[in-house]
Design a protein around this ligand. Structure first.
Ligand code: ADP
Ligand code: MG
Length: 263
């Protein structure tokens, strides 16, 4: 897909070194608004590092990251979140003793002037924002199909539901771009189906989705386009059917028989 409009998310020449290792090597990715883009590649290819560079957890050694034309390089992760980029992590990071609603409200508070301290201790300042925050939080719980459990503790959810709660928390920051790092990891087939519906609903609500995922049937089913990394380099990009037949992609996976990515 070519477009004359500025892509919602663009990285150019993105490079990140860890000592002698080039984890991300001169990568260009351009994602139009409204797309579901999968980022795939064998373990160690540089996928999570790419997300960490986009979200400001690491600073690139070289290259540009921009959202809707605004440069994100050098901004604190919280600023990048405010600019409209939200993410989930490869491993679950939830407050297990807190309710679903509280977990999601913490996500939303990056949109208000209220601090996490205010939210948790329910200060006066917080109560003025709280009704709006609560309504927003319920809306995102609805979107991920967990609204009926809003008052449960996060720790009481199944694994798949916890992963969906993490997505809800990311959505509560009202992102324009949502980055998901292996959201289906460890999910059973039913949970994967729920996830698929959820990701499609998120896209339909206007949010651009970037998805790192090893579950190839899932990727083939929902991605509009796929970007393939191997040893830090972009080796292919295209629609699912082109990628499936791309000899370089096949070789990248087959060359690493121990890798779970080929499954
Ligand atoms: P992927 O998510 O594609 O599996 P990563 O982006 O996590 O790969 O890692 C890419 C490469 O960078 C790997 O070789 C990994 O060991 C290395 N790496 C990632 N993060 C760090 C770090 N903080 N320090 C040193 N090396 C790292
Ligand atoms: Mg990773």
């Amino acid at each position: 897909m070519t477009t004359l409009i500025e892509p919602i998310l663009r990285v150019e020449g993105l490079t990140c070194r860890f000592g002698g290792l080039i984890a991300v090597n001169n990568v260009d990715i351009s994602i139009p608004q409204g797309e579901i883009r999968a980022l795939i590649g064998p373990n160690g290819a540089g996928k999570s590092t790419t997300l960490n560079l986009i979200t400001g957890i690491y600073r690139p050694d070289k290259g540009k990251v921009s959202m809707a034309g605004q440069s994100l390089v050098g901004l604190q992760p919280s600023k990048i979140a405010r600019a409209g980029v939200a993410r989930t992590f490869q491993t679950i990071r939830l407050w297990k003793q807190m309710t679903l609603l509280e977990n999601v409200m913490v996500g939303h508070q990056c949109r208000t002037e209220t601090s996490l301290f205010d939210v948790l201790l329910r200060t006066k300042k917080a109560s003025s924002d709280e009704d709006r925050t609560r309504a927003e939080a319920l809306k995102v719980l609805e979107l991920v199909g967990l609204a009926d459990r809003a008052t449960w503790t996060a720790g009481s959810l199944s694994y798949g539901q916890q992963r969906r709660l993490e997505i809800a928390r990311a959505l509560a920051t009202l992102p324009r771009v949502l980055l998901l790092d292996e959201p289906a990891a460890g999910m059973n087939p039913q949970e994967v189906n729920d996830l698929v519906r959820q990701v499609l609903a998120i896209r339909d609500s206007g949010v651009t989705v970037v998805l790192i995922e090893h579950n190839m049937p899932l990727v083939m089913r929902i991605a509009d386009r796929i970007t393939v990394l191997s040893f830090g380099k972009k080796i292919a990009e295209g629609e699912p059917k082109e990628i499936r037949e791309n000899p370089e992609v096949i070789a990248a996976y087959l060359g690493r028989p121990d890798d779970d990515a080929a499954s």
